[in-house]
Design a protein around this ligand. Structure first.
Ligand SMILES: [Zn+2]
Ligand SMILES: [Zn+2]
Length: 162
């Protein structure tokens, strides 16, 4: 038994002394430490998940949608894209801050002319890229493309059959 411990034991004679002793130890050690922690530690603001409850809802799965910067400008995308159970990657165009369904692709209009090779209707097409042919090169292609690669130059709005 050390001398210090012995002296302290001698001091503790009644419950009040015990309390004083404990408080003394606390004041000497724990309290300053706590104060030090308080001074140096500033809690970061609690991370709150963004409140999306007022966001427009996905028409497919009813999850909130978020506005993102996409390759082709802003677009609304469903927050269910990374869901494991029921993923939803629905996306919509942005119209003044509101999601709108993307315009459906126009069905290709076929002409009244037939493909002489397979009998299917021809589609009047224009080469707007100006790649192989001159820009604006106009031709009739088979509607069964890519199965049938038949095509005819356009002359006066009609396919030039060979
Ligand atoms: Zn969705
Ligand atoms: Zn054809």
């Amino acid at each position: 038994m050390s001398a210090v411990w012995y002296e302290q034991q001698q001091e503790i004679k009644n419950p009040t002394d015990v309390g004083n002793f404990v408080m003394g130890v606390l004041n000497d050690t724990v309290v300053p430490t706590l104060q030090k922690i308080k001074q140096t530690y500033t809690a970061p603001p609690p991370k709150q998940p963004k409140d999306l409850s007022n966001n427009p809802r996905c028409p497919r799965c009813n999850r909130p949608m978020v506005l993102r910067d996409g390759k082709f400008g802003e677009l609304w995308s469903c927050t269910g894209w990374n869901s494991k159970e029921s993923p939803c990657n629905h996306s919509m165009d942005n119209d003044n801050g509101m999601p709108v369904e993307k315009p459906a692709k126009k069905p290709v209009e076929t002409s009244n002319f037939d493909c002489k090779k397979c009998g299917k209707k021809l589609i009047w097409r224009k080469d707007n890229k100006g790649g192989k042919h001159n820009k604006g090169y106009s031709f009739f292609g088979c509607s069964d493309f890519p199965k049938c690669k038949q095509k005819y130059d356009e002359v006066n709005g009609e396919p030039k059959y060979d």
